[in-house]
Design a protein around this ligand. Structure first.
Ligand code: HEC
Length: 174
């Protein structure tokens, strides 16, 4: 089940990413710059793949808005994803801890689309962002309800998935 939840997150965010970037060059077309790939040597947390179009998310307890978004954007086929965890906090991640120190915590990579979702902590609070993988530039949005607004990320990282620990979801119990 958790893979499907993640897929929804990715479909939503990717949909908004693509619409936000529609006037710019496609991020996936750029080559990565090693110097800014801060996650390059970070250990992998989880890996996965998007489900096909037609996944019924209402049956999984999510709402019509999410279903509509999945239905509308699944054809983008975002492909493979993988998460990387800052080695400084990997032991907390592995122990399913909920207290993370200040700093960058984790990144979820969508290589095919050239974007990454990041979670950082400061004084116990989460700071979510969306960046291009090529140059680590933020493409986060501030409009209410936009899938790239860091507030939006919290729907899942705190609400839908109550068992996420310390705003980190990949290590939670099902
Ligand atoms: C629909 C629910 C949902 C939404 C919306 C969502 N996420 Fe997530 N996110 C997840 C789940 C579930 C995982 C764990 C996936 C796995 O590893 O199996 C995850 C994983 C992550 C990770 C890897 C670290 C971790 O928590 O395991 C980061 C970083 C992340 N998300 C950031 C974001 C950002 C930034 C946004 C908003 C742009 C966002 N997420 C929106 C559900 C969501």
């Amino acid at each position: 089940m958790k893979r499907v939840f993640l897929s929804i997150a990715l479909v939503l965010a990717v949909a908004f990413t693509v619409s936000a970037c529609s006037k710019a060059a496609p991020p996936a077309a750029k080559k990565g710059i090693a110097a800014v790939e801060f996650w390059k040597d970070w250990p992998v947390g989880t890996k996965g793949q998007f489900p096909p179009c037609g996944t019924n998310v209402i049956a999984l307890g999510l709402d019509q808005n999410l279903q509509d978004t999945v239905d509308a954007y699944c054809s983008l086929d975002p492909g493979h994803y993988e998460t990387h965890i800052n080695p400084a906090v990997k032991s907390i991640y592995d122990a399913k801890g909920s207290e993370y120190p200040d700093g960058m915590t984790a990144i979820l990579l969508l290589p095919k689309l050239g974007v990454g979702f990041t979670t950082a902590h400061k004084e116990g609070k989460p700071y979510m962002d969306v960046i291009t993988l090529a140059d680590s530039v933020s493409i986060a949005n501030t409009e209410p309800g936009n899938g790239l607004n860091p507030q939006f990320c919290m729907h899942c990282h705190t609400t839908y998935l109550e068992d996420c620990k310390g705003y980190i979801c990949g290590n939670r119990n099902d």
